[in-house]
Design a binder for this molecule. Structure first.
Ligand code: NAD
Ligand code: DAU
Length: 340
């Protein structure tokens, strides 16, 4: 049986991925996570007793932690989700993004090289391609779109991608990279658009929409991202990049209105606030490579996925209420006080 190290497995996508692996494959899964503000072991209570699952508390920037986890667990495969992932926090404080996302990736790559890991998959993002013009809807990000980064977050993720590529060319490392569009689904930290708007709508509070609300994001249900990563891991061509997306573009304001409608709430709490600095206007992914070459297709339609997500947040109020206090409130104040 293969031993797979999933870094960032206590975060939103990582925890969904750990469960997806255990449900669909025979892997021993080692969840390696530092448990930053975004890491939450509550996301994994339903599988924590599975004998194929192990948790290792560690930092991807620590050579010692990484080598210990890899050798102790005889790891042969690494999937790297661990990152600082929120654009707004990268604007408030870029340094942690460079440390975790760049140095952390290099530490993982170096340990993987030293220990002869069989496969390394880097979970990247469509944000490395910059922003698409809104007046050319036919334009999509392909794997050949030049890297153009506009936020400290996207710059750090792109730097990590370049390192992965360098390790492939220089050291012939068996690497793969995926670049996905915006995910939504259960266990997403309530600083991101969809869970934040659900929480604010449930509580009858202001829903802060940046700028004119006409920025476009391409939304994919998290389980579809997990299935795509598995296809790339199992069938992808070493050294290559695969885009992942749902062909599902929406204006932010329409997402907010859909959430309010499903929750049976009016639109009077929608509040347009000062825009995010450097706000990318439009993301849209061309997934034809992964669809044609690896036979992947998303399973969820947006209407079903968003209903399922909202239902989960309504039924798991305690999960997000426990998060939305303490440090979270300090962050909220810092990010929104000069916007509202
Ligand atoms: P998240 O913020 O919910 O989770 C990140 C996880 O990484 C947390 O569990 C955190 O504790 C852990 N972590 C952070 N620093 C660490 C460190 N130094 N060592 C070990 N663990 C550490 O993020 P997410 O939304 O689940 O995103 C996961 C990955 O997917 C990221 O690499 C992100 O760039 C990428 N991605 C996210 C999206 C999205 O829409 N959320 C889309 C495309 C790609
Ligand atoms: O595209 C993939 C990326 O998607 C991932 O790489 C990132 O990790 C992930 O955080 C996400 O980045 P975005 O910046 O697109 O996601 P966020 O949920 O922060 O914002 C989505 C859109 O909603 C964006 O245009 C900004 C807007 N927004 C966001 C918040 C939090 C608002 O209008 N109001 C808000 O309060």
């Amino acid at each position: 049986m293969k031993n797979i190290l999933v870094t960032g497995g206590a975060g939103f996508i990582g925890s969904n991925f750990v469960k997806y692996l255990l449900q669909n494959f025979d892997y021993n899964v080692i969840n390696f996570d530092k448990l930053t503000y975004a890491g939450n072991l509550e996301n994994l209570t339903d599988i924590e007793k599975d004998p194929r699952y192990t948790f290792f508390k560690g930092d991807i920037c620590s050579e010692q932690d990484v080598e210990k986890a890899l050798t102790e667990n005889k790891v042969d495969t690494i999937v790297n989700f661990a990152a600082e992932s929120h654009v707004d926090r990268s604007i408030l404080g870029p340094k942690e993004f460079i440390v975790t996302n760049v140095i952390g990736t290099q530490v993982l790559l170096e340990a993987a090289r030293k220990l002869g890991i069989e496969k390394y998959l880097q979970v990247s993002t469509d944000e490395v391609y910059g922003s698409l013009p809104e007046d050319k809807p036919e334009l999509l990000f392909t794997e050949k779109t030049p890297i153009t980064t506009n936020s400290p977050y996207s710059a750090s993720k792109a730097s990590a991608d370049l390192l992965v590529n360098a390790y492939y060319h220089t050291f012939k490392m068996p690497v793969l990279t995926t670049r996905c569009s915006n995910n939504y689904g259960p266990y997403q930290f309530p600083e991101k658009l969809i869970p934040l708007m659900i929480a604010k709508a449930v509580d009858g509070q202001k829903l802060p929409v940046y700028g004119d609300g006409k920025n476009v994001r391409d939304w994919l249900y998290v389980e579809d991202h997990c299935s795509a990563i598995c296809e790339v891991l199992h069938k992808g061509k070493i050294g290559e990049v695969y885009n992942i997306g749902g062909n599902n573009e929406w204006y932010n304001i329409d997402i907010v209105k859909i959430i309010l409608k499903i929750l049976g709430k009016g639109e009077d709490h929608i509040t347009y606030v000062k825009d995010r600095p450097g706000h990318d206007r439009r993301y849209a992914i061309d997934s034809s490579k992964i669809m044609k070459e690896l036979g992947w297709a998303p399973k969820y339609q947006f209407d079903g996925g968003i209903e399922k997500t909202i239902k989960w947040y309504v039924e798991n109020e305690n999960w997000w209420r426990r998060i939305m206090k303490g440090e979270y409130l300090n962050y909220f104040e810092k990010n929104y006080s000069n916007k509202m």
